[in-house]
Design a binder for this molecule. Sequence first.
Ligand code: NAD
Ligand code: ZN
Length: 381
Amino acid sequence: MTKPVRAGDPIVVDVALGERSYDIVIGRGQLTSLGQRLATLRPGAKAAVVSDETVARLHLRATEAALAAAGIGVSSVTVPPGESSKSFAVLEKVCESLIAARIERGDLVVALGGGVIGDLAGFAAAVVRRGLDYVQVPTTLLAQVDSSVGGKTAIDSGHGKNLVGAFHQPILVVADTALLDTLPAREFRAGYAEVAKYGLIADAAFFTWLEANWRDVFAGSAAREHAIAVSCRMKAAIVGRDERETGERALLNLGHTFGHALEAAAGFSGRLLHGEAISLGMVLAFEFSARRGLLAATDAARVERHLAAVGLPTRVASTFAAISLGVPTADRLMELMAQDKKVKRGKLTFILVRGIGGSFIAPDVDAAEVRAFLVEKLAEQ
Ligand SMILES: NC(=O)c1ccc[n+]([C@@H]2O[C@H](COP(=O)([O-])OP(=O)(O)OC[C@H]3O[C@@H](n4cnc5c(N)ncnc54)[C@H](O)[C@@H]3O)[C@@H](O)[C@H]2O)c1
Ligand SMILES: [Zn+2]
């Protein structure tokens, strides 16, 4: 499955945030350039690599070697894999390890892993010594197209996900697409839901391209780099205009209001991955928009067809049945959406669409209308 690694010319995407600007370097084999890039950006800095046990087993040695080859002193901290590591207890362990390794202002934290590690290590970097520079080396598709870009870092609270965190931009993102060769197929597919999301938000031509080329994206050819670059370019542009999500950045939540409620209803159990819930959520967002007369039902059907073609779930009832969970009721989902931080003053904020690539923020969606829609949808197989 693993393809030979060759470090050709990378695609570089600029995240333009004034003095906090940084590059996203995308390409097969780019991990080998990490040390040189950091030695140039922060001459003389030491680095601590934070990763999870699974990623460490597969990719830590190569990462340490890339850093050491550029003369960078390296230490590492490894935590258990999975969402449960986004906790106060694991954050404490990471912070204490960074301090024990004498990582000081001017040194670097390297987040080597998926979104869990990016969020955890990024937050640790935001708070240790009142702020350390950090670098994202994302190892899941979701992390390469979404969580490593934009500077949101967080751990979870007993009250919900991502409730304790900070905006803290990395100084560099190195997305080596060869690292995805070791990712389980199901995780890759789930990350692909976020790739498709960018087309649905604002780039109909990209969605059409994905319909024709998704197999190559999965196979790991140059199409994979292209899809990741288009995704990062869109996220970078949106974040560049609205770093702290006071407006436009909310578009990135297409499918996420429904999706988060479904994820919560499945108990964040791993039986329904985030990207799988977002696939269901995006289909619902398109169908809800069609029901409101915003777009032709054929557009909603086209979205569902593509997501189903790649093997993502698109129907709530059959998905929950397949993972041996009872289908959540409309009332339960409404309750979960009300707890979601995307609800403001009792009104539901949805990202709706006027067509593929035509998303917009609808801040005052009537709860009764959403409930009626869900009652109808949950009854469908
Ligand atoms: N900060 C943001 O803007 C943002 C955006 C989206 C999601 N997130 C967060 O991202 C997290 C989900 O990220 P994720 O889906 O990457 O999950 P993850 O980090 O848990 O990774 C998924 C699984 O894949 C394994 N893995 C990672 N890379 C691998 C590789 N190359 N080969 C083999 N196995 C590998 C991990 O050990 C883990 O078991 C959530 O906590 C979510 O809240 C953050
Ligand atoms: Zn998401």
